[in-house]
Design a protein around this ligand. Structure first.
Ligand code: GCU
Length: 515
């Protein structure tokens, strides 16, 4: 089935790494004045695309969309589309060979054949200016990029009917136009996730989207949404369905099930780990007023010195931002997770952060970094990654009570940070098998996990600049690194709910804390 991974669909493909061929026949009727594109939501990890026996494209990157113009390859009547997918991990790939999540292969998101006008709206960006006040009339900036032919000197219109906006501009020689205008939109926020119909038209093309308007910024050690301090009541989540046979999320119902659990926990923020999730996830979270941390799979020991690896990573970043830059709920771009500190890594990530800011000056940029002991005996902890100089927030993963001592250690450690920026704990937690009860000193019991959460929350109350947290992780998820028989059985058990959606005791600790 497409869209879906192959591992969850066939017993004998559960562990399969390699190539799988997909073939689809379809009828086509040519239409004058139209161009035709194949749009893939994502294919993990790389693929070759053939149409009527011709190789028309290759793509690498398992979690970002791509488009292929097929106007000249289609023929009237029956057409045969072939996609060869290969999910084999590679040392020079992104992610690399070692990651703590299941390597679900396949055409994991939808495939569409789009027929659009010869001159079309290729992309657009609409955002409230960073200087906008928390209410009232504000400046809104936009750009529109046309594609196809006859791009130059074309009139572009951007309309927001509910705000009486009808802005116009004329494209330059490259089909690019900028528009700025004033309006007084209701601000998007978790409490008021208001979205407006925005219609961008040029030549014979017309594209409509639902867009929210808000500002996000940091000021000292505070995160501000629409000029007001906000605390991020978060949770980390993998793109895996709640089921006794989990799969890559690929339906609205699977997204709703995950968002329902997050909102039952009183979350207003989700860290979409460790790669861009299905576009549905971002859009449906936006409709519910859930803010999002959007991340590329630049995870662990990437080949920092390899130029192709950098270009691949940058392309995945560009594709993530191009897809989600009009989503008001995306407030933070993340360029990495737990990457070992070295000069080549710093240079690699600094360039990615520069790319983020160049494409989108309106959001925060950071990465999930790692803690360090200043004095292990004294329990003095910090997060002084040299990347902090380029990041907007001090965001890091820490596992005091799990990988680092037991829960009581939380009482003994002291945190201090080298600069005045907001602190966001992007991972903490520990494992438990749902229904496994015992003393709170025995790991993998629900009681141990519950106490670990209580102790971590107490520790955070003593953490300076504390602006938000993301328990790792919403749901038990499949990982090739989790083999303890009877305990893990291929699952990372740090979920606040089991893979079937059963709530562990720690879930209720988080629900009450956020309440
Ligand atoms: C790491 C990593 C996660 C991993 C988690 C764990 O911090 O970022 O991807 O699943 O720890 O060990 O459970």
């Amino acid at each position: 089935t497409v869209p879906n991974d192959w591992n969850s669909q066939y017993e004998d493909l559960y562990l399969y790494e390699g190539k799988i061929w997909y073939r689809r026949n379809f009828d086509f009727i040519p239409q004058a004045g139209k161009r035709h594109f194949l749009h893939f939501g994502a294919v993990n990890y790389e693929c070759e695309v053939g149409l009527n026996g011709e190789l028309i494209a290759r793509h690498e990157g398992g979690y970002t969309p791509f488009d292929i113009e097929v106007t000249d390859f289609l023929k009237e009547g029956n057409n045969e589309l072939t996609v060869i997918v290969d999910n084999t991990r590679r040392r020079d790939a992104v992610p690399t060979v070692n990651s703590d999540w299941w390597n679900y292969g396949g055409i994991t998101r939808s495939v569409e054949l789009l027929s659009i006008p010869d001159t079309y709206v290729r992309n657009y960006y609409v955002a409230m200016d960073k200087s906008a006040p928390s209410s009232g009339t504000a400046l809104i900036n936009a750009w529109v990029q046309l594609g196809g032919e006859d791009l130059a000197s074309r009139k572009v219109t951007l309309a927001i009917p509910e705000l009486d906006v009808e802005a116009q501009a004329v494209t330059d020689a490259d089909g690019y136009a900028e528009l700025s205008f004033k309006a007084d939109p209701g601000r998007w926020s978790p409490e008021t996730p208001v979205l407006y119909d925005v219609i961008v038209s040029a030549a014979a093309d017309k594209v409509s989207d639902r867009i929210g308007f808000r500002t996000v910024a940091v000021k000292g050690d505070k995160i501000l949404l629409n000029g007001k301090q906000i605390f991020l009541r978060g949770c980390a989540v993998h793109e895996e369905s709640i089921s006794q046979n989990p799969e890559r999320v690929n339906t609205r119902e699977e997204v709703e099930a995950l968002l329902d659990v997050a909102q039952e926990m009183n979350c207003n923020f989700l860290r979409l780990a460790h790669y861009p999730h299905n576009e549905m996830m971002v859009r449906m979270a936006e409709e519910r007023g859930i803010m999002v941390w959007d991340e590329i799979p630049c995870y662990w020991s990437i080949m920092w010195e390899n130029q192709q690896t950098y270009e691949n990573t940058q392309q995945q970043l560009v594709d993530m931002i191009s897809r989600d830059m009009n989503r008001a709920n995306v407030i933070i771009w993340s360029v990495a997770n737990e990457t070992p500190r070295c000069p080549e890594r710093l240079e690699f990530l600094r360039k990615l952060i520069d790319k983020c800011r160049e494409m989108d000056p309106t959001r925060l940029v950071s990465a999930a970094m790692e803690k360090r002991y200043i004095d292990r005996e004294a329990g003095l902890l910090t997060m002084d990654d040299e990347l902090l100089e380029y990041a907007d927030i001090i965001s890091f993963n820490q596992y005091v009570g799990w990988y680092d001592g037991s829960s009581d250690k939380c009482d003994k450690v002291v945190w201090q940070f080298p600069m005045l920026k907001p602190v966001l704990v992007t991972e903490f937690g520990g494992g438990a098998v749902y229904g496994n009860h015992g003393p709170d000193t025995e790991r993998f019991t629900e009681e141990y996990m519950e106490k670990l959460y209580i102790k971590n929350l107490e520790m955070f109350s003593r953490m300076p600049q504390f602006s938000g947290l993301c328990p790792w992780v919403l749901k038990d998820f499949r990982s090739p690194k989790r083999h303890l028989a009877g305990i893990q059985d291929d699952y990372n058990r740090k979920g606040l709910i089991s893979e079937k959606g059963e709530k562990k005791k720690a879930f209720h600790v988080m629900r009450k804390y956020y309440e």
